[in-house]
Design a protein around this ligand. Structure first.
Ligand SMILES: [Zn+2]
Length: 210
C-alpha cells in the first residue's frame, strides 16, 4: 500500500515535461503515471512503487518500460510509448517518496543542508549505498495508515522501517518532503534526456509529438 497523492505526480510530471511534449501526449503520460496507484496495483507490486526494499525489481521495471518506449517507436505506433513512459515515471518518482534517498543525501551535510532545488537525484554513491532502504509494507497495518483518524494509533504499532513511518508522500511528512519533490522532478527531466540520447531525432520528435 503505497501512494503519493496523484496531485504531486501530476505536478512534477507537468513541471518537467510540459514544454517538451504536446498536450495530448502529456495527458496520456500523466494518466498512465497516476493509474499505477490504482487499488489493483497497490499490493504485491513492490516493483511499481519501490516498496519493501525492491530496488532491483524497481530498476528492472523502469528498464523494461524504457524498452517498451523504444520498441513502440521502432514500429509505427505511438500510444504505447507514452503509456510506458508514464509508468516508468511513476516508479522513478516514487523512489524519492518511498526510500531514504533524501535522508542519505541530507546526511552528507554537517550543518544546514542546501535548499531542495539543489538535491542531486542520482548521486551514485547514494543509489548504490548499502544504507539505502525503502519502507516495508506491514499488511494490514499499512493499509489502515491511510485512514487519517487511525493514523496516530497505527504509527504507534508500526515498526520504524515501515512505509507508514518512512514515506515522503505528502507535505505533512515534514521538511524532507520538498526534497523528495525536487529530486523526483529532476529525475523526470533526466528520464526524458536519457530517451533523447537513445532515440533517433526522428523517433524523438514522434515521441514528443511537437
Ligand atoms: Zn506509487
Amino acid at each position: 500500500m503505497s501512494r503519493m497523492n496523484a496531485e504531486y505526480h501530476i505536478e512534477m510530471t507537468r513541471e518537467a515535461l510540459a514544454s517538451h511534449f504536446s498536450e495530448r501526449a502529456l495527458e496520456i503520460i500523466i494518466a498512465a503515471n497516476v493509474r499505477q496507484d490504482a487499488i489493483r496495483y497497490q499490493f504485491f507490486h513492490d516493483e511499481i512503487h519501490y516498496d519493501n526494499n525492491a530496488f532491483d525489481k524497481g530498476d528492472r521495471y523502469i528498464n523494461e518500460q524504457r524498452g517498451y518506449v523504444l520498441a513502440t517507436l521502432l514500429s509505427p505506433g505511438i500510444l504505447g510509448a507514452w503509456v510506458a513512459f508514464g509508468r516508468l515515471l511513476h516508479t522513478a518518482q516514487d523512489f524519492y517518496a518511498h526510500s531514504n534517498y533524501v535522508t542519505l543525501w541530507l546526511d552528507q551535510f554537517d550543518a544546514v543542508p542546501p535548499p531542495p532545488p539543489e538535491i542531486e537525484p542520482l548521486k551514485r554513491e547514494l543509489v548504490k549505498s548499502p544504507s539505502l532502504r525503502s519502507g516495508k509494507i506491514y499488511f494490514p497495518l499499512d493499509a489502515l495508515y491511510y485512514f487519517k483518524i487511525l493514523r496516530p494509533f497505527v504509527l504507534k504499532i508500526l515498526p520504524k522501517d515501515s512505509h507508514g513511518w518512512m514515506n515522503l508522500d505528502e507535505p505533512a511528512q515534514g521538511l524532507k518532503f520538498p526534497y523528495a519533490i525536487a529530486a523526483a522532478t529532476k529525475r523526470t527531466s533526466y528520464e526524458l534526456d536519457l530517451l533523447r540520447k537513445l532515440l533517433t531525432p526522428e523517433m524523438f520528435a514522434r515521441f514528443t509529438d511537437k
